[in-house]
Design a protein around this ligand. Structure first.
Ligand code: ZN
Length: 328
């Protein structure tokens, strides 16, 4: 018997074990937590000193940089690793979302549960895609789970980003790209490193995470905005990465001769995002067809949806004969 419910995080309870998945508060109600990745809305579980934290070494390292704290009481896990606990097996796999992101499989004698966390069913330059797992219960994110949300092929968007950047430099503008500091920033740094000779200058929030990723062996080449990137910016012969939530008016004032683009999956949903010159629909999540494809391949008996278009995704799944409901 495995019981699943929402209580400021997903609680999974068996007869003798309880774990909270990605709590959204600094909870101390439960003694064990799983943190799927180091995006801000998923790392509250790292902040509670006393509970036991299961996460990948990469996520813990990024969490320490983001919270500026040494995280205690952790069990670092690798992709493919299995941990036995109270007649259960916890199995950690790559979720394809961002550097270090993991999905969790909880298995007892009768039931296999898969918690996807945020996941991507398409391969990026940084992460392999998630692999489907046969399961009985699946808890899946539904960020883009509304019918009709479809991303263009990743390679096409990669090409568009490089072409636009080269064109801006050629026309004497400083190209600025707004990205998520964890995920898109590493992917775009690698994109320019691998397929162009355009130097990448990064805001300090991005530099810090890029450094952690580099410490795990990913060869990212970038120049910090306030250090060796200064001269490059003056020359305008580079691309600059800023966090997606930067104040665009301030950026335009500081860099009057710039053009600003944003890279986000929401560009496939909304025409006008912020006050930018261009937007590129690239996401670290799966789009709607990928969600349906992945879920179908896992062949679950029951699907519980969370985040984003949770209700819409559950409805679509029921239409194709899969028992599904939103849990928040
Ligand atoms: Zn995320």
């Amino acid at each position: 018997m495995i019981d699943v419910y929402w209580d400021n995080g997903i609680v999974v309870r068996t007869n003798n074990f309880e774990i909270m998945l990605d709590p959204i508060i600094k909870t101390n109600k439960i003694s064990s937590v799983f943190i799927s990745h180091a995006h801000r809305d998923h790392i509250y579980g790292l902040l509670n000193e006393y509970c036991l934290k299961y996460s990948t070494s990469q996520t813990i390292a990024i969490g320490e940089v983001l919270t500026n704290k040494k995280i205690k009481n952790v069990i670092p896990c690798s992709y493919g690793e299995r941990v036995e606990i109270q007649n259960l097996e916890l199995h950690f796999i790559n979720s394809g979302h961002v550097f270090g992101s993991a999905a969790l499989i909880i298995k007892n004698r009768d039931v296999t549960l898969l918690y996807t966390g945020d996941f991507n069913f398409s391969r990026s330059l940084i992460q392999e895609a998630i692999s489907p797992i046969e399961c009985d219960i699946m808890i899946t994110e539904a960020t883009y789970g509304r019918p009709g949300i479809v991303f263009p092929p990743r390679e096409e968007v990669y090409l568009d980003i490089i072409s636009w950047t080269a064109k801006m430099i050629n026309n004497g503008f400083l190209p600025i790209l707004l990205v998520y500091p964890l995920g898109k920033a590493q992917e775009i740094t690698k994109l320019f490193n691998k397929f162009s000779s355009i130097p990448v200058v990064t805001h300090s929030k991005i530099s810090k995470i890029n450094e952690v990723v580099r410490s795990f062996g990913e060869n990212l080449i970038f120049y910090d905005l306030n250090e060796d990137g200064k001269e490059l910016i003056e020359s305008k012969d580079c691309v600059v990465l800023f966090p997606y939530n930067c104040n665009i008016n301030k950026l335009r004032t500081k860099y009057p001769n710039s053009k600003i683009g944003i890279i986000t999956g929401w560009a496939a949903v909304y025409k006008n995002i912020k006050n930018v010159d261009i937007s590129f629909p690239l996401s670290s999540h799966s789009d709607y067809p990928q969600l349906i494809d992945f879920i179908s391949k896992c062949n679950p008996k029951k699907v519980l949806t969370i985040h984003g278009y949770a209700k819409e995704l559950a409805k679509s799944l029921r239409k194709i004969g899969i028992d599904a409901k939103s849990i928040i």
